[in-house]
Design a protein around this ligand. Structure first.
Ligand SMILES: [Zn+2]
Length: 509
């Protein structure tokens, strides 16, 4: 019997002639199974955990799971001691942005410098995600060409990274230098115009003007470019004022074409009535449903969202944790400033507060963020199908900026913070894990292949050294990650840093 320590931090009790790390996906079905023995399995379905469990992985898939007493370990299997470990399905983030899509000022400069390196940048983000145990992500806006390229490389096993599902453009909008995406107007540079087209990929602002028949053709053409799902601009981006974009008939066409080609359709609709139109069109999911221009989500809409099983992909890390703490501090300061300003103003002629003044006051005090948080809590209380999203994105390159963006929208750790945030918003740890695994797979239309630990599913697994049901923050205590049955060498990821700065080792923060 050979006893050896493998790099994932387990002790191999019975090693077969093949080293564990060489256990390959289904291409070599003759390989002996790998078995995790004695851990606690949280399978992603929300039931009680299985103590002293056995998980048998054969090739890329889970062959069996259950209590040790009920599962027969095949002879010749590689056994891994998982006592004192918790085993979860791989985590899923339903709203990320892996490609670099630019922006203003230092983000613009970063795009100019790094546009030729989009493939490396997408892979970098995908590898950071995977190192945190995030095995699937849904990219809801970005550069479809590099996203699809890297997605396919990972799917073929040529590269290591999280499983990518990408929407590409938000249909009806354009790139980062457009009115529809960022309210940018006026003279653009050649490069900016090229970047708009690079993001839009023929699914941009021109769609808004099309007849339903024309739109059907355009959507079909867009799907030919290989997005995994469609996201459309049901309303305009950035509020005040927020317009409904596509007509009800146009939205129906987008959803129908998506479904005809076996893809989910989801919307960015941030007004109550805009959201109603999109729901009536038959969408499958809503990105940031909590975001409703500062308005409260009406009860009847919550009921509809729940009853139709619409996936609510919440930007949970932006309304909880450090983001919420920062908000409370900023609100206190804004309140002090408001009192002082009013004192000053009292020396002059009194006037009724203008709409603009009220808006500014609301913006300064973070009223919109508070409304988002209340809506998120309400959707959760209402029993809607919730998933964690982060809007994680690349801001400016580190050497081009003075202020790094907040951690909660960083790749990898941002997703963990979003999951933690769901507990802060009122979910139990168990519900939160379902949200971050099974519900994510529902959003991905992938539940038959991943999202839970069940026989026949891909072996996407996260192994922790502490119980996440006792404290969701234990999700940070990762000891191993498996994707499709293969152990991930987390210490090597990302293999190449283009835009990220090396943090403390993952799982130790
Ligand atoms: Zn959106």
């Amino acid at each position: 019997m050979v006893s050896q320590r493998v790099h994932v931090g387990f002790v191999v009790l019975v090693a077969s002639s093949l080293a564990f790390a060489s256990a390959r996906p289904s291409a070599q079905p003759q390989n002996p199974a790998t078995v995790l023995v004695g851990g606690t399995v949280i399978d992603g379905n929300g039931g009680p955990p299985i103590a002293d469990a056995v998980v048998i992985v054969s090739g890329s898939r889970i062959q069996a799971v259950g209590p040790r007493s009920a599962v027969k370990i095949p002879t010749g299997a590689t056994q891994i001691d998982a006592r004192g470990r918790w085993i979860l399905p791989g985590l899923i983030d339903t709203n990320v942005h892996l490609s670099l899509y630019g922006g203003q000022n230092d983000r613009y400069e970063s795009l100019v410098r790094y546009q030729p390196r989009q493939n490396e940048i997408v892979l970098e983000a995908a590898q950071i995600d995977l190192s945190y145990g995030v095995t699937t992500v849904r990219d809801s806006y970005g550069a479809l060409v590099p996203l699809a390229h890297v997605r396919d490389q990972i799917a073929r096993g040529e590269k290591t990274g999280t499983r990518i599902l990408a929407a590409g453009n938000i249909l009806g909008w354009s790139g980062p230098y457009s009115f529809s995406f960022s309210r940018v107007m006026g003279q653009l540079t050649l490069f900016q115009e090229q970047m708009n087209d690079f993001i839009a990929q023929g699914g941009g602002e021109e769609l808004m003007t099309m007849t339903p028949a024309e739109l059907r053709v355009a959507i079909d053409k867009y799907i030919d470019k290989g997005p995994d799902f469609l996201k459309f601009g049901g309303t305009s981006h950035f509020s005040e004022p927020t317009f409904i974009g596509f007509s009800p008939e146009q939205q129906r066409v987008i959803v129908e074409e998506a479904h005809r080609r076996n893809r989910a359709a989801e919307t960015h609709s941030t007004t109550i009535e805009g959201l109603r139109v999109s729901i009536a069109a038959g969408i499958d999911g809503i990105q940031h449903p909590e975001l409703l221009d500062g308005r409260e989500m009406p009860d009847d809409l919550i009921t509809t969202i729940r009853d139709r099983g619409l996936v609510c992909s919440m930007l949970a890390s932006t309304i909880t944790g450090p983001a919420w703490t920062r908000h409370l501090k900023a609100k206190e300061e804004a309140e002090k400033k408001r009192i002082e300003t009013e004192k000053e103003a009292a020396r002059g002629l009194k006037h009724e507060k203008t709409t603009a003044e009220q808006r500014k006051e609301d913006a300064d005090s973070g009223a919109g963020l508070e409304a988002r948080r209340r809506n998120a809590q309400k959707l959760i209380r209402g029993g809607c199908t919730v998933t964690p999203g982060t809007d994680s994105y690349w801001a400016a390159a580190p050497e081009l900026t003075r202020t790094p963006k907040p951690t909660e929208q960083d790749h990898g750790i941002g997703t963990i913070m979003a999951i933690e945030g769901l507990v802060e918003l009122g979910m139990t740890s168990s519900q939160t894990i379902v949200a971050a695994t099974k519900n994510g797979a529902i959003a991905s239309r992938g539940l038959k292949d991943f999202g839970t630990i069940e026989p026949g599913k891909l072996a996407d697994l996260v192994v922790l050294t502490a119980d996440p049901l006792a404290d969701i923050k234990n999700l940070r205590k990762v000891s191993a990650v498996f994707k499709e049955g293969r152990s991930v060498d987390r210490g090597r990821l990302p293999e190449l840093r283009v835009l990220s700065v090396a943090p403390a080792a993952p799982g130790t923060k």
